[in-house]
Ligand binder design. Structure first.
Ligand SMILES: [Fe+2]
Length: 188
């Protein structure tokens, strides 16, 4: 389950229902997906896409998405810093940004039209949909690794429109991650 942080309100949301309610309230799509059959995190892209084909097809029909692919980002990715610099400044797109997390984690900051700045730490099993026109930025967590399915309405739509607001500089990117879960929450 994702972890939602509202830094301006000094509030962290970990409860499933509360997370869904908050994200729906700011217009962010959020689902939890299960694969149709077990699939390894490092399986080839076509196996990953096949395991989630039913969910992908359902979302394609709902949102007008035409293609899906698998993206891998890690410390071994060439040009990682340049790539992260593109993601980490506030921007918006002409199409939805839809990501399903297979492994690793990442941190979306969302500046909704109404509602508080919302940081969403996405983890495996999370489907996040950022509607077109929504201001946001993205960064990796300390493990600097994420593998995700992307859905596109039009690949050209990925082009970022930067706001140059400097908003991203006002918020410390904080991932909580498993290491920071209080011991009382750890299931052994
Ligand atoms: Fe984006």
């Amino acid at each position: 389950m994702a972890i939602v942080n509202l830094p301006d309100e000094h509030k962290i949301i970990r409860d499933d229902a509360a997370i869904r309610q908050h994200l729906a309230g700011i217009g962010i799509g959020y689902e939890r997906w299960q694969p149709a059959h077990p699939v390894a995190d490092d399986a080839p892209p076509e196996e990953i896409l096949a395991a989630y084909a039913a969910e992908i097809e359902r979302l394609k029909a709902l949102g007008g998405y035409v293609t899906a692919d698998v993206i891998d980002v890690s410390a071994r990715t060439s040009g990682l810093e340049e790539m992260l610099q593109k993601f980490s400044r506030e921007h918006w797109h002409d199409e939805d940004e839809v990501r399903f997390i297979i492994s690793g984690r990442g941190l979306f900051h969302i500046y909704p039209k109404s509602g508080p700045l919302t940081a969403i730490e996405v983890v495996p099993g999370d489907l996040l949909s950022v509607p077109r026109g929504t201001r946001h930025w993205f960064g990796l967590c300390a493990d600097r690794q994420i593998r995700a399915i992307r859905l596109f309405q039009d690949q050209a739509g990925w082009v970022p429109h930067y706001t140059d607001s400097g908003a991203e500089g006002r918020y410390q990117p904080v991932c909580f991650g498993p290491a920071n879960i209080p011991l009382s929450e750890v299931v052994i």
